[in-house]
Design a binder for this molecule. Structure first.
Ligand code: ATP
Ligand code: MG
Length: 442
């Protein structure tokens, strides 16, 4: 793939309207383009990265047995009137009228719609539990959309919903998502802390926010640093193991400002373990029992008795994660966008020195590209006539983690291989592909 043929409109400088790094860089590297306040087009580079994040989010949902489906963005107001949230949701809800004058809305979340779908099909407790998810655009008419994709009005979310017979089973479902979220964020190379949280307009009384640490985050956080030592890699998906895992996390104080209690913080956390900083919410899980199933009459038959199902909902901000990962990982000093390889826009860039009269490096680049492609390494060639330093800078900025540099008198066998932000080595192509391929491309 030639860089010159791609639609990656890079700007020379950071746009002045953007206040935080991720917003600046996403505009600068042509990942997104604003179309109106808080509403963005995702250009090819940004879209490619977001799709890779989505894939990881999806795989981790599938692993805990959640079934994927797709609900529409536009919903009828009827079900929201049944739940009582049509009035409560207030001005954040975008309300629309169709040509028959019916009240519609652009979904800010899907508890009502999924409950309506559930109640019309599931009648017996024997069909429980049901775990369902979709990945779909949401609209919330935020009072102050800002920071690019971090707080926008139209955004891409994975939202899942669980239906269980009783509190105990519902807790089990909740804990499965708890683990799936830890695994998801770990694969994205983020250390996300689960924090006891308020439930806001979703409701209920059990809830955790998953927060990553970043100076530009909107939430103030207070935590016990030892929470970072809790391990989840070897945890099984059975009730007891998941219960223990959550307990282990909950042993450590970790809350956002909404739940902060100074006395408790001082009592529970020694001064050297205190972490007081800012964070970005990337996921949020809720357990709310029959808050929706009761008003919407979603029940199952349990030995002749009508039981309202116990529900939870589980969100990940897929589009917000693109910005959040930049905030957490950007190398300011060297201007490197440090995407983990699994979501980097390309795995490797070949940067040949070219001029009008001598295209021999382009022939070499094509050959190398073919070899890397055969090893499933997604490779891009910078076929422009820019100098090598400027090509390297450009690909550092775009966050391509490996570069092969073809300078003036390149050896046919040994190539200059740059592991971005770390070191440069002379290696042959098979050594290079081995290094890239052991870096967990998928
Ligand atoms: P926040 O507290 O940041 O407003 P929320 O608690 O209202 O978020 P949830 O309803 O929990 O959000 O939504 C699930 C996830 O969707 C959040 O964890 C976040 O990652 C993402 N999200 C929510 N609102 C926005 C937004 N305006 N722009 C981008 N992502 C968002
Ligand atoms: Mg939230």
């Amino acid at each position: 793939m030639y860089f010159s043929k791609l639609f990656i409109p890079i700007l020379k400088n950071n746009p002045s309207e953007a206040k935080i790094k991720s917003h600046q860089l996403m505009l600068r590297t042509g990942m997104i383009k604003q179309s109106s306040a808080g509403i963005y087009s995702w250009l090819p580079l940004g879209f490619k990265i977001m799709k890779k994040i989505e894939k990881i989010v999806r795989e981790e949902q599938d692993k805990i047995g959640v079934q994927e489906m797709l609900m529409p963005t536009i919903q009828s107001s009827d079900i929201w009137k049944e739940s009582g949230r049509y009035e409560d949701y207030g001005e954040e809800m975008l309300r629309i009228k169709d040509r028959q004058n019916r009240e519609m809305l652009y979904g800010p979340t899907n508890e009502e719609l999924i409950t309506e779908i559930f109640r019309s099909s599931i009648k017996s407790y024997k069909s429980l539990p049901q775990l369902l998810y979709h990945i779909q655009w949401k609209f919330r008419d935020e009072l102050r959309p800002r920071f690019g994709v971090m707080r926008c009005r139209e955004f891409y979310m994975k939202d899942a919903y669980s239906f269980d017979l009783n509190d105990d089973e519902a807790n089990f479902s909740y804990n499965k998502f708890f683990l799936a979220y830890l695994r998801t964020f770990k694969r994205l190379k983020l250390s996300a802390i689960p924090m006891a949280a308020d439930t806001g307009p979703i409701g209920g009384n059990l809830s955790h926010e998953f927060i990553i640490i970043a100076e530009t985050g909107e939430s103030k956080i207070y935590a016990d640093k030892r929470i970072f030592n809790v391990k989840h890699d070897a945890v099984n998906l059975d009730k007891q193991s998941l219960h223990n895992l959550r307990n282990e996390y909950e042993n450590y104080y970790a809350v956002t400002d909404e739940k902060f209690n100074k006395k408790k913080f001082d009592e529970n956390v020694s001064s050297e373990n205190k972490l007081e900083t800012k964070g970005i919410e990337v996921g949020h899980i809720f357990y709310f029992g029959d808050k929706y199933s009761k008003p919407l009459q979603a029940s199952v038959d349990y030995n002749g008795k009508k039981e309202f199902v116990k529900m939870g909902s589980y969100g990940v901000g897929v589009s917000r994660l693109v910005g959040a990962i930049i905030e957490a990982k950007y190398d300011e000093k060297n201007e490197i966008m440090n995407w983990p390889i699994s979501i980097a826009p390309y795995h490797c860039a070949i940067l040949p020195l070219l001029n009008k009269n001598d295209k021999s490096n382009l022939v070499k680049a094509n050959k190398i590209c073919e070899i890397l492609k055969s090893k499933k390494i997604d490779t891009i060639i910078d076929d422009t006539e820019d100098g090598l330093t400027s090509k390297m800078k450009k690909f550092n900025l775009l966050g391509v983690p490996y570069q092969i540099i073809l300078g003036k008198n390149t050896d046919d066998k040994l190539l200059e291989f740059n592991i971005v932000g770390k070191e440069t080595k002379s290696l042959d192509i098979s050594q290079i592909s081995k290094i890239i391929n052991t870096d967990n491309i998928n």
